[in-house]
Design a protein around this ligand. Structure first.
Ligand code: AMP
Ligand code: ZN
Ligand code: FE
Ligand code: FE
Length: 276
């Protein structure tokens, strides 16, 4: 087995379609891929169709953005029920919030003297979950910045001058939503959020795992999160957070080593919960 449990497609801010991502997964020797688009599930079915054709197993997933006062907390959901009415209802609201947020970010940019129209961003995204990477790409295309890094550093990083918060979803609400759909909630890239102190509360809210294996995690950070998972009775997951070519991130699909036991433990937990 060889798995990547954190992958984006064009249905959120990835630059490759689900079919392209799964073809690449086959090429690089992956046997299991979890599609975890931001706040949207539309990429899962097309990925499954390609997966069936090529013999790549697809785990239905999502990455929900939540915020505390201090940090953004990304909750990954694995084996989510993609027809769950509650999940679909809430992500629709979140998607509408994302569109309003693009308009608000463009207004902020206008105030900063940058003439970027929201329609340009919507055209680029052409999906239900537009996000900051689309704003960054539009800023690059418009010649306002030299690259993605400058776009984020100068304008749209968390609490940057043109940053606008997401639809208000707390980590606990994101966890509850994943659980309600029959899925398993996992704390994505915890070192990025840098708020380890909330892990016991998230555990109490129903968190089942931590993404200890992640592309930006150093060896010591991985060790740290493996220990935190163990101490809190949580499972461990991992992935590359692949966003495709020219996505502003150079990480390769499947480039993070995810031990087979992580995938097996996750599947067994899902099976165990669905037996009773
Ligand atoms: P959003 O959900 O709209 O707030 O956008 C968050 C996404 O922006 C993340 O999932 C990454 O794909 C991307 N992102 C965040 N920071 C950076 C950065 N410094 N450079 C490139 N992409 C970034
Ligand atoms: Zn993203
Ligand atoms: Fe994330
Ligand atoms: Fe991600």
């Amino acid at each position: 087995m060889s798995a990547d449990l954190h992958v984006h497609t064009t249905f959120s801010d990835g630059t490759q379609t689900p079919a392209e991502v799964i073809s690449l997964a086959k090429q690089v020797g992956l046997t299991t891929v979890a599609i975890t688009d931001h706040d949207v599930v539309n990429g899962i079915e097309p990925a499954k169709i390609k997966g069936q054709e090529l013999g790549v197993e697809i785990i239905p997933g999502i990455e929900l953005t939540s915020e505390t006062k201090e940090a953004e907390v990304h909750i990954l959901g694995y084996f989510i029920g993609i027809n769950s009415p509650e999940l679909l209802r809430v992500i629709k609201k979140i998607q509408n919030g994302r569109k309003d947020r693009i308009i608000a970010m463009c207004t902020r940019l206008q105030e900063l003297g940058i003439d970027l129209k929201a329609d340009k961003v919507f055209q680029l995204a052409a999906n239900d979950a537009p996000g900051r990477p689309h704003v960054a790409r539009a800023l690059v295309d418009g010649g306002f910045v030299a690259g993605f890094k400058e776009a984020f550093d100068k304008y749209i990083e968390f609490h940057g001058p043109a940053y606008v918060p997401h639809y208000k979803l707390s980590p606990e609400e994101a966890i509850a939503l994943v659980l309600k759909s029959g899925g398993l909630p996992v704390f994505g890239h915890p070192a990025v959020s840098n708020c380890d102190e909330i892990i016991p509360d998230l555990r109490a809210a129903g968190l089942v795992g931590i993404e200890a294996h992640y592309f930006t995690h150093s060896a010591s950070q991985t060790e740290h999160y493996l220990k935190l998972a163990k101490d809190n009775g949580l499972l461990v997951t991992g992935g590359s957070d692949y966003h495709g070519f020219s996505s502003g991130r150079e990480v390769r699909l499947g480039s993070v080593d995810v031990p087979d036991a992580c995938v097996e433990d996750l599947k067994n937990e899902y099976i165990r919960r669905n037996k009773s």
